[in-house]
Design a protein around this ligand. Structure first.
Ligand code: CMX
Length: 137
């Protein structure tokens, strides 16, 4: 597999309103896309930064991955997402190497993307996402 770019950094935030207000105040930026990803129990807001993005994540369920993260660690960088051209092949490749994957097959992400997470125990403590862009970011 080839990592094409950092598609986004995911940042856990108690509310999108607060995160969007801060981006406006600090950088004069507005969110380009806001979307609920039901499967992941989050609402997301995307800000484009050059070839990459910031994805703010508000939990919709305290028992979801971001809800639990906020409860334990507070707001901050939650994951890094690498874009690949074929996420199915990338997941198969990692599974074939015996890598512990959170997702055994890609799931739906924001912007029509398909995503799969590698367990942080395999990555030196950084939650890594592989994503195949839906063509919009
Ligand atoms: N980054 C790094 N480490 C993390 C982490 C994160 N974001 N979230 C949890 N961990 C670590 C914890 O520190 C803990 O480590 P230790 O065992 O060394 O203490 C370990 O993972 C287990 O943590 P936990 O709080 O018990 O949480 P769970 O095992 O229930 O879940 C994880 C952890 C990573 C498996 C879960 O968060 C997950 O499945 N994540 C993938 C899906 C996801 O994050 N979705 C939200 C974003 C969706 C989107 O961008 O659209």
């Amino acid at each position: 597999m080839k990592l094409l770019r950092i598609n986004h950094l995911g940042i856990a935030s108690p509310t999108l309103e607060e995160a969007m207000g801060r981006m406006g105040k600090l950088f004069g930026m507005e969110a380009e896309h806001v979307e609920e990803v039901v499967d992941q129990k989050v609402k997301t807001a995307f800000f484009s930064v050059g070839p990459s993005n910031l994805e703010f994540l508000q939990p919709t369920d305290p028992a979801g991955a971001v809800g639990k993260y906020l409860e334990k660690k507070g707001p901050g960088i939650h994951h890094v997402a690498f874009e690949v051209d074929d996420v199915d092949a990338a997941v198969k490749e990692l599974l074939g190497k015996g890598v512990r994957m959170i997702d055994q097959a890609p799931r739906p992400g924001a912007h029509g993307s398909r995503i799969a997470f590698i367990h942080p125990a395999e990555t030196g403590g950084v939650l890594m996402e592989l994503c195949q862009s839906g063509g919009k970011v």
